[in-house]
Ligand binder design. Sequence first.
Ligand SMILES: Nc1ncnc2c1ncn2[C@@H]1O[C@H](COP(=O)(O)OP(=O)(O)OP(=O)(O)O)[C@@H](O)[C@H]1O
Length: 233
Amino acid sequence: MTAALMLELRDLSKSFELHQQQGARLNVLRGFDLRLHAGECVVLSGPSGAGKSTLLRVIYANYRPSLGAVHVRHQDRWLDLAKATPHEVLDVRRHTLGYVSQFLRVIPRVPALDIVAEPLVAHGVDVQQARRRAAYMLSRLNVPERLWQLPPGTFSGGEQQRVNIARGLIVPRPILLLDEPTASLDADNRAIVAELLAEACSAGSAVLGIFHDEDMRDRVATRLFPMQALEAA
Ligand SMILES: Nc1ncnc2c1ncn2[C@@H]1O[C@H](COP(=O)(O)OP(=O)(O)OP(=O)(O)O)[C@@H](O)[C@H]1O
């Protein structure tokens, strides 16, 4: 059986207007096409400045594309996020599209356990059950139990990143975008993240990510997608 198509980018372009340079335009993506299927883990590769993070931000609807379409399979229909209303974007983020960046957005005074559990609670899961799942994710990611009841503001970079990954993966998402989520992790912890991502893909998630570490790319990628930097217009 062929895996379901989950995301299709068609003729996507993104340029930025540089207001501090007399309105010069920087073309970052031009005529970009990509198809992502359930169970795949596609890793974006290419030099710094090629537009990898910009592409993920366009898909997540943080940036509006200059041209083109971002078709997402959302529940039982297709939606073009380039044209979606803010309400539709939020609904897609809640149910379909996850995004894990390099940085944890720390919420003052909220303990790590609750930061991780929160997306499950928002999904309607009972708080105690969500906390149990959060504890499981934190143990899988080797976050010491003595830290679970503390707000992660003072945690090390790698500890914060593991809390962030636990939070990003606690709700299974049909499509998962990852922007260097393992940048501050050591090899052992990267291997655990690779394991969690392989489990997500086996369960049917479609993953699109950026990983600078070659060992992560080799472990997780079912396909590499090379990108090149465009020149400024
Ligand atoms: N909001 C913005 N305004 C103006 N230019 C931007 C903006 N966001 C990104 N850029 C520019 O777009 C280009 C691509 O940046 P992007 O971060 O997508 O590259 P990347 O391939 O992810 O790089 P890296 O591997 O270094 O993270 C860069 O030249 C960057 O300066």
